[in-house]
Ligand binder design. Structure first.
Ligand code: GTP
Ligand code: MG
Length: 197
């Protein structure tokens, strides 16, 4: 899919205040610092559209971007950020889960995991929770530029094995690098297919 325009719309801490739910919406989630905001910038070829940082905890609100004047990309805060108080972490989690469970025009969720790490319980549990809530999702491996092709394959296989213990049917997986724009076309194609279906 060609990206003709990408505009920031608004930031919110409550799903009720998000833009009217009349357009297809695709959200990006994962642990802090996994590369959600960077991937949104890569998909739209717009540096600085979503704010990124080397320090985890950069994105703290639900951010809507209007793409091609037709559908929304949503950048969410990361989950499981250890360096904030329990109270703040719970506040973020409530905001994220309220959004995920109640946003009626959310078509599909892209769950990002760092390809360098073995499957982390927090990510696998999050995927299981989304499955139980019947929220469709894809798994997106980030930072693939940091590994060799062989290591990439090993990482993906390990993930498939772990998810295979719980899931009869594995979610579709994408291998990406925001730095090299790897996986960009494939993700945009998946969005286009979902919009058309
Ligand atoms: P929070 O908003 O804090 O939850 O983080 P985030 O998931 O939005 O991560 P962000 O996009 O801000 O990126 C975090 C760090 O990872 C930044 O230093 C990015 O430059 C780096 N990064 C993101 N994607 C890639 C990638 O594909 N390759 C490499 N090498 N670095 C990346
Ligand atoms: Mg971010």
């Amino acid at each position: 899919m060609e990206i003709k325009s990408a505009k920031f719309v608004m930031s919110n801490s409550e799903y009720q205040k998000c833009p009217p739910p009349h357009r297809a919406e695709f959200a990006f989630i994962g642990r802090s610092n996994v590369g959600k905001s960077s991937l949104i910038n890569s998909l739209t070829f717009t540096k600085g559209l979503a704010k990124t940082s080397q320090t985890p905890g950069k994105t703290q609100l639900i951010n809507h971007f209007l793409i091609n004047d037709r559908w929304f990309l949503v950048d969410l805060p990361g989950y499981g950020y250890a360096k904030v108080s329990k109270e703040i972490r719970q506040k973020f989690e409530k905001m994220i889960f309220d959004y995920l469970l109640k946003r009626e025009n959310l078509v599909c969720l892209y769950i990002l995991v760092d390809i360098r790490h073995k499957p982390q319980p927090i990510d696998v549990e999050f995927m299981n929770r989304m499955g139980e809530a019947q929220i469709p999702f894809y798994v997106v491996f980030t930072k693939a530029d940091k590994l060799s092709n062989k290591q990439i394959q090993e990482s993906v296989e390990t993930y498939q094995q772990i998810l295979g213990e719980t899931w009869e049917e594995l979610p579709e997986m994408f291998i990406t690098s925001a730095e090299k724009h790897l996986g960009r076309e494939e993700i945009l194609q998946s969005i286009e297919d979902l919009i058309k279906s």
